[in-house]
Structures are given as structure tokens and as C-alpha cells.
Design a protein around this ligand. Structure first.
Ligand SMILES: [Zn+2]
Length: 97
């Protein structure tokens, strides 16, 4: 038993009978990546509906408002770029038409 897998939801151990183990790496900027494995896609989906596990140890405040805002900001940057691209295209189309 060198490498033990366990489902992040039902905690069932690894067996060859499970056809589709899912290995997921969740990267949160306030902590290192979280590695979770699931025995099924259903359990992966269930896990993702829950709040992320606390980063690292028990030290520090758990998922502060600031950390959430940083995450939101990181997500907003590519969305903003996408929006600007769309607006740019619309402007160019407006010139042509
Ligand atoms: Zn499971």
C-alpha cells in the first residue's frame, strides 16, 4: 500500500473496480494547491459545491474577506480582458458597417 487514494467525499479507498478516478488539483492563491481525488464525477461535483478546505494548518484567519476579494480580482482580470476584446470588435464592426 504505497500509494493510497481515498475519495474526497465518501472516503472509500482505491480499488481497481472503480473505473474513473478523478484527480483534481485546486489552486487557491492564499495557499498551495489542494489535491483531491474522487471515486466518481458525482462525488467530485458534490465536493465542489462545498466550501474549500481551510488552507494549510489552523493558523491564520480562515478564508478572510480579503482573500476572497483577491480571488475575485484574479478571476475578474481575464473576464475584463475578454469584455474589452468584445467591445473592441463591436467598435470595429461599427466602423465597417
Ligand atoms: Zn466517493
Amino acid at each position: 500500500m504505497s500509494e493510497e487514494k481515498a475519495c474526497g467525499v465518501c472516503e472509500s479507498g482505491w480499488t481497481d473496480e472503480v473505473e474513473a478516478w478523478l484527480s483534481v488539483e485546486v489552486t487557491a492563491d492564499y495557499d498551495g494547491p489542494i489535491y483531491v481525488e474522487f471515486c466518481s464525477q458525482e462525488h467530485a461535483a458534490e465536493w465542489f459545491t462545498r466550501p474549500l478546505p481551510e488552507p494549510g494548518g489552523a493558523s491564520g484567519e480562515p478564508e478572510s474577506f480579503g482573500a476572497r476579494m483577491i480571488l475575485f480580482g484574479l478571476a475578474a482580470v481575464p473576464l475584463g480582458i475578454l469584455l474589452l476584446t468584445v467591445v473592441g470588435f463591436a467598435t470595429v464592426l461599427g466602423w465597417i458597417w
